[in-house]
Design a protein around this ligand. Structure first.
Ligand SMILES: [Zn+2]
Length: 188
């Protein structure tokens, strides 16, 4: 699965179609969350945008997004649309909120031991409340951080046990990670 900014292929291999862009370095990158589709006949690649909302109750739906702000009690997430073979979702709001009590089953003392700005997360919509962002939860093995970067050198962090480490500077980080951290898969 590709996240916005992830490399999909080289321009020499496939020309950019919908939902991707080419960079000066000759790489093709995704603009969206989704699986790339390679058209062998045309030699193009696209990551498709969901055309319409699924028309189901969005509470309970899985969402993907990026942590952009950490408050004392709440993490704010920029949400992205995505599609799978059987499901597509445009989030009901471009922003979702994860309350400190909805991060993991255990008590969380400091939200900064769970998330950092820039982390990619898979979360579930817990509740829609009027005049506030949709409330998300990352309680559960399949939910949490799916990709994170070192704040010192921007290297993608790798999993070591329950923690993440930077392969470059060897710093360790605590996170609420999803079980498929590092190689995230879209639900079917
Ligand atoms: Zn580092």
């Amino acid at each position: 699965m590709k996240l916005p900014g992830d490399k999909v292929c080289e321009v020499e291999e496939y020309l950019p179609g919908r939902g991707v862009y080419a960079d000066e370095d000759g790489g093709v990158y995704s603009k969206l969350v989704g699986e790339p589709r390679f058209n062998e006949a045309e030699k193009t690649v696209s990551v498709q945008f969901p055309r319409k909302s699924p028309g189901i109750n969005v509470v309970g739906s899985i969402v993907y997004g990026r942590i952009f702000q950490l408050l004392q009690q709440v993490a704010l997430v920029q949400l992205f649309p995505y599609r799978t073979a059987r499901f597509r979702l445009i989030p009901p709001s471009p922003i979702g909120a994860i309350h400190i009590s909805d991060i993991r089953k255990e008590f969380v003392e400091d939200i900064r031991n769970e998330f950092d700005v820039g982390d990619w997360v898979r979360a579930k919509i817990k509740r829609i409340v009027k005049r506030f962002y949709p409330q998300l939860t990352t309680v559960g093995r399949e939910l949490g951080v799916i990709k994170a970067y070192c704040p010192h050198d921007r290297s993608p962090l790798v999993r070591r046990g329950a923690d993440l480490v930077c392969p470059r500077c060897r710093r360790k980080f605590k996170r609420k990670i999803a079980q498929d951290y590092g190689d995230p898969r879209l639900p079917r």
